[in-house]
Structures are given as structure tokens and as C-alpha cells.
Design a protein around this ligand. Sequence first.
Ligand SMILES: Cc1cc2nc3c(=O)[nH]c(=O)nc-3n(C[C@H](O)[C@H](O)[C@H](O)COP(=O)(O)OP(=O)(O)OC[C@H]3O[C@@H](n4cnc5c(N)ncnc54)[C@H](O)[C@@H]3O)c2cc1C
Length: 387
Amino acid sequence: MDVDVMVIGIGGIGSAAVREVAARGASVIGIDRFPPGHARGSSHGGSRVFRRAYFEDAAYVRLLDNASVGWDQLESATGRSLIHRCGVLVAGLSGSTTVGASFDSAMQHGLRVERLDRDAIHSRWPIFDLPENAEGLYEPDAGFVDPESGIQAHLELARRDGAETRWPFDVTSIESHGDSVTVRSQRDTIRARRAIVTAGAWAKPLLLQAGCPLEITPHRKVIAWARPSPSRSADTSAGRCPCWLVDDGGALGRGVLYGIPWWPGQRGPDGMKFGFHGPGTPVDPDRFDRTVEEPEIEWFRAAIDRCLPGVFERPHAAKTCLYTMSSDEHFIVDRLPGAESISIAAGLSGHGYKFAPALGKALAELALDGESSLPIDFLSIDRLVSR
Ligand SMILES: Cc1cc2nc3c(=O)[nH]c(=O)nc-3n(C[C@H](O)[C@H](O)[C@H](O)COP(=O)(O)OP(=O)(O)OC[C@H]3O[C@@H](n4cnc5c(N)ncnc54)[C@H](O)[C@@H]3O)c2cc1C
């Protein structure tokens, strides 16, 4: 046996799993096709919203509590700045389920939040000019995390605890033998007692080889950056502006528009980052068009102008990224039925990165103990396939 645990894919979640396995004293190797922090998967672009008032399902909140503590600990252990608690505003039209479900999950779990009407939002952050019947929920302890730095931080601590990392290592086959797992690339073979598959948009064929066909589909998504006009620069920085999401019931057309304020030390393009949260276009992750076309920039410009009129110039930079959608848009975190030496986190459906420290811990526990102390039952494979 080469190692106790191998982690296949050391992007956003795999890097956290390597760190957690190493922290528990087991021998671990993390492997990837590409170098850590690369821009071909789902964990690049400089920032990811972190919020706990969770409209997707209140069942995620306890995991988010664990992740929140994990981010703080990771910061102090590495001296890196990873989580920026500038607050998050979730806004929508009166009766919006996004705002309502965020509020319900906050109440259920005793989170600190404020409900604001349209005028209160405007007077606190004058850059927003939302429709008359808009309302919002503000969560002051929320904010955003830096995914590329998070990956480096997790791997740095993992290596301190003896973890090995290797790339390029493109896993072309995975085989479970009951009490061990073998993976192969064109040139190499690795055998481990346990495997953790965190292969993001590429997970489906690996899981199929391991005997677990799961409906997970990579979707092409676009993110864009726009500079504020010089007089609005301070108002759009993380010092004064929260992260925000506006659900206008579909009028903006491409999902829930969100923005992440700029901050000193931001990597990549300057300005506020924008995206539409929701399904994108299904693609083959190895063969899709990464060029962002003019009409896509125009959707951003029009949507930004509707919510924050006159504040931003036309977006000056844009990139593509991949969401990996499960059939119900909830994560799949479990051991594989019939191949229990393999644990997975898959189908994170565009909202997984904020959970990285918690999912890393859950995966390490699944691999080493066979079960997790964290509340992940609602993310089991059982809900999607019958064992
Ligand atoms: C535009 C965009 C915005 C988002 N916004 C948010 C947000 O605001 N908040 C939030 O919480 N989440 C957000 N998400 C979702 C979040 O970023 C992802 O859920 C998370 O980063 C996925 O991490 P991962 O480890 O599963 O995938 P990745 O980070 O892509 O890692 C998978 C790794 O596996 C490797 N790999 C794959 N196949 C193989 C193989 N055969 N052999 C070896 N290595 C392999 C890949 O090279 C890759 O490095 C967003 C995602 C996108 C795209």
C-alpha cells in the first residue's frame, strides 16, 4: 500500500480534505491534473460569497457554522487573509422566496440578521436603487472568502503535517477492491487504503467507473468585473459595501444577480465582481468555449444598471467557470454504495466553496472513521439512487 488516503482533485474541496486527513496523522497524497489554484475548474475568480442565512435549505446552517470557525482557524494558522466579513445583503421583490427562506433559516438557527425595506437599503447603501416593492435581509457576519488563497492555505498546512501533493497526475481509471483503491494515470499507479474523490466538474466518469452512476452535469458560467465611476469607488469597496444578491423573480433573466465588492489586495481584474447564480449551459468540461461573447457582457451591463444605476462602467473583464449541478442542486457527500473505501463530495451546484473547511473535515472522517460527526445525512447518495 502506498498511502492511507489519496485525494483525487485538490481544488477547492480536495485541498481541504488533504489538510484534514494530514491533521489526523494519516498518510495522504493529493493528486491533480493541474497545478493548485488553476483556472480550469470551479475554484478560481478571486472570491466566493460566504453566508449562513441559507435560502437553499436551513439544514446547511450547522455545516456553515463549522465552516465559519474553520475559516477563522485557517487564517490564524497560516497568517493569510481568507475571509472578509463585509456582510451580505440578500434582496428580492416583496414575497421573494430567496429572502423569505434566508430569513426562515436565520430564525431557525438564531443568526444575527436585519430585515430592511427598499428605502432602508437605499439609505444605508445609496448605490442600490431597487424597485419600490423590494426588501432585503442583511447578515453582518457574512462576507466572502478567497478561493485561490484558501487552496494554498489548506495545502500549506497539509504539507506541514506531512502530506504529499502531486501534479500533473490525470487519473484515467479508478478501481475499488473492498479494502483498498487503485488509481492509474497514463504513467503511474497509486494504491491507497481509502480514496476521496473531489474531482469537481470531472467527477461523473470516475464515479461511473467506481460503479456509482450519478446525474451530475457541468454548466458553463460567466463572471464579470466592472469599475465604479471614480466618485463611487469607496462606496463599492468591501470597507463600505456588502456582498449582495438580488432576486427579481427572473426579470434580470439569468438567475440571481450578485456582486462582491472590491478590496485592496484583490487578485485578478479590478472592480466589483458580478455573476448570476443559477444553472448555466450544460457543457463538456474539456471542450467548451471559454471566450465570453459581447451579448453576455451586455446582459451584465443591463442587469447592473437596473439595480445600481449610474454606478459602474461597462464590465471590462470576464471569465468562465464551471458549476457542477446535481439533479436537486444539493451537494452529494457520502461513501459510495458498494465501494465504501471511496468517499466523495460532488455536485456542489454552484454554492460549495464556502463550506470547504467543513466538507474537508466530513470527507476525512468518512474516509478514516466510516462516518462523519458533522450533519451531512441530508447530503447522502440515498436520496438520489436506491442502495
Ligand atoms: C462562477 C462561480 C461562482 C461561484 N460562487 C460561489 C459562491 O459565491 N459561494 C460558494 O460557496 N460557492 C460558489 N461557487 C461554487 C464553488 O466555487 C464550487 O462549488 C467549488 O469551488 C467546487 O470545488 P471542487 O473542489 O468540487 O472543484 P474544483 O475546485 O474544480 O476541483 C476539482 C479538481 O479536480 C481535478 N480533477 C478532476 N478530474 C481529475 C482527474 N481525472 N485526475 C486528477 N485530477 C482531476 C481538477 O483539475 C480540479 O483541480 C461558484 C462557482 C462558480 C463557477
